[in-house]
Design a protein around this ligand. Structure first.
Ligand SMILES: Cc1cc2nc3c(=O)[nH]c(=O)nc-3n(C[C@H](O)[C@H](O)[C@H](O)COP(=O)(O)OP(=O)(O)OC[C@H]3O[C@@H](n4cnc5c(N)ncnc54)[C@H](O)[C@@H]3O)c2cc1C
Length: 540
């Protein structure tokens, strides 16, 4: 082992999108951190594409949303989901998603859901991370083991270029090492949920201007249905010529080299379609959540903490929500104003969101997988026509909840939470597709335009922010003094606009550094120091 010992306040293990985004968040908060990734950082095969509005808001906060839109799918490419018997076969159902993509203003967010595959997103995040002086990114560096010693975590890694072992001593370790997390396994943390894996082949293809070779128009997702069910789909990757063709089944997974992927593609597409197969990988998926998100100074985020079927696009987005919650808490611990309850609150707040999102991902996927089909589904017979009409009804009754997920993206809330001060109001219904704006404590502070191109969301995401809304707002000096005394960074922002005051419902609204509301009221709390101690995790 090399003698050098590297010390860092935070070690992030895993340089996938979640680890990179966490490092970027820490870097933006001025927290030194080291991020290690075993690979060379190049993405060879596409995975996540769908970025929800909340992920886009987080990318906007870090100044890269415009590049994501530029490098991702062109704004005029529709995010339509199609259910077909074949590209030249029958259209069974169609779900349009006019609120996705493009640049038109949205009433619920300054950003719209976008498509930007990890092929393009990961380099954007990497550039962001490497532009931050506080962050060091090391590729070809593999985590091997860790041990907690007092108030430190001692980590052994291997430099894959020199094959040397090295020690890293960190105050905190963020495990962003994905579904096969060696850290989660070392701790013996179990995953619960739908643990029985399902098996797939993923075929990365170049299909230039595919839409010119059939009559169904441009679409982001195409699910193919035949007499065996729905076991093949085609996902648009870049809105130009890249696609991922997925084939589900254990037999394919077990022996991928023997699978004639072009044959399976030609069954649903015209054999004359020009194509190039770029790569084929096999992968398996479960819908599971870790039973623990934290062991002492080690915290799990992203696929290390939860995994799901990708159809609804929940995986990466849920991971981005994790790091939004975790970044400021780690920063507070390193800076010294965070109390021990702050780190406890990470699992308390995020695990229920993981369970909620994974349940939604599973139900959408299972519904698609288990929908009964018919021997004539692709045939020009009266039975076939009836079967397609029946299936259309079933698809339209359930699948919008898989592809229209603003409620899931923006409506998650931390309730109950030891660091949120409830105000006794009733929570709006938590639905998958419809997001209902609310500033109720625990919720994401809602979006409203405060000026041309500037949203309330743009005020948040750094320090705590005390919004003073409308007129006749009580003097909030005592809150500011309490936060000062506890060294909690706080900014006070007046918003006179009466419409925004009505949306937020109270005159004083305290937003956390992740943009979720911690407290709101028309008057000061009896003891502002208790509020300061609550939000920094000192009361639990
Ligand atoms: C086919 C497919 C399609 C998907 N589509 C979507 C979608 O549209 N939307 C969505 O939200 N999600 C989607 N997902 C899920 C999404 O890809 C994952 O949720 C996301 O990549 C998780 O990011 P992560 O950073 O947590 O983990 P990963 O991306 O898995 O990154 C973990 C990193 O840790 C590294 N690592 C592992 N072990 C070590 C070690 N010992 N030392 C150092 N480094 C290590 C790995 O090399 C890897 O780079 C899809 C997944 C698949 C498979």
């Amino acid at each position: 082992m090399a003698n050098s010992v590297i010390e860092t306040p935070v070690l992030v293990v895993g340089g996938g999108p979640v680890g990179l985004a966490l490092a970027a968040d820490l870097g933006a908060r001025g927290i030194e951190c080291l991020i290690i990734e075993q690979s060379d950082g190049v993405i060879y095969h596409p995975r996540a594409t769908a970025l929800n509005a909340r992920t886009m808001e987080l990318l906007r906060r870090r100044g890269v949303a415009e590049r994501v839109k530029r490098d991702g799918t062109p704004p005029d490419f529709p995010h339509t989901a199609l259910y077909l018997t074949g590209l030249k076969g029958y259209e069974i159902a169609r779900i349009e998603r006019p609120s996705h993509g493009g640049t038109k203003p949205s009433p619920i967010s300054p950003e719209r859901p976008q498509r930007c595959n990890q092929l393009f997103l990961d380099p954007i995040l990497r550039d962001l991370v490497t532009s931050q002086p506080a962050v060091t990114l090391r590729y070809r560096c593999r985590f091997e083991s860790l041990v907690e010693e007092g108030d430190k975590v001692v980590v052994t890694v291997r430099d894959l270029a020199t094959d040397e072992q090295q020690r890293i001593v960190a105050n905190y370790v963020a495990d962003c090492s994905g579904s096969h997390s060696p850290i989660r396994r070392a701790f013996g943390i179990r995953m619960s949920g739908q643990t029985e894996p399902e098996y797939h082949l993923s075929v990365f293809m170049r299909l230039p201007e595919l839409w010119n070779y059939h009559d169904k128009g441009k679409a982001a997702l195409i699910f193919f249905v035949d007499e065996k069910g729905s076991w093949r789909n085609l996902v648009m990757i870049d809105g130009r010529d890249l696609y991922r063709f997925a084939i589900s089944g254990k037999a394919f997974y077990d022996n991928p080299d023997a699978v004639d992927v072009e044959k399976y593609f030609n069954e649903v597409a015209d054999p004359a379609i020009p194509r190039q197969v770029l790569s084929v990988i096999r992968w398996s998926a479960c819908d599971v959540v870790a039973e623990q998100y934290r062991v002492g100074r080690v915290l799990l985020a992203g696929d290390a903490a939860h995994q799901n079927h990708p159809s609804g696009g929940f995986g990466l987005n849920t991971g981005m929500g994790d790091i939004d919650n975790l970044g400021w808490k780690l920063a507070a611990m390193v800076k010294g104003w965070g109390a021990s309850g702050l780190l406890d609150s990470y699992e308390i707040e995020r695990r229920p969101v993981g369970l909620r999102n994974i349940k939604q991902a599973y139900s959408g996927h299972a519904d698609n997988r288990d929908r009964p089909t018919h021997p004539d589904i692709a045939k020009d017979t009266p039975d076939g026509a009836r079967a397609r009409a029946r299936m259309k009804e079933q698809i339209l009754a359930s699948q919008p909840a898989m592809v229209l997920t603003d409620g899931t993206a923006l409506g998650y809330r931390y309730d109950p939470s030891p660091i949120v001060w409830p105000d006794g109001t009733k929570a709006p219904e938590d639905t998958i597709s419809a997001y209902q704006p609310t500033a109720r404590p625990g919720s994401r502070a809602p979006h409203a335009w405060i000026a041309e191109g500037r949203s309330t969301i743009d005020l948040l995401g750094g320090d705590f922010v005390l919004l003073r809304l409308g007129d006749d707002v009580p003097d909030s000096g005592a809150i500011e003094a309490a936060f000062r005394q506890r060294q909690i960074p706080l900014q006070t922002v007046p918003i006179a606009n009466p419409e925004i005051a009505r949306l937020y419902e109270k005159k004083l609204v305290l937003a956390r550094p992740d943009g979720h509301v911690a407290w709101r009221s028309d008057k000061l709390p009896d003891n502002p120091m208790t509020l300061a101690d609550c939000v920094r995790g000192a009361l639990s």
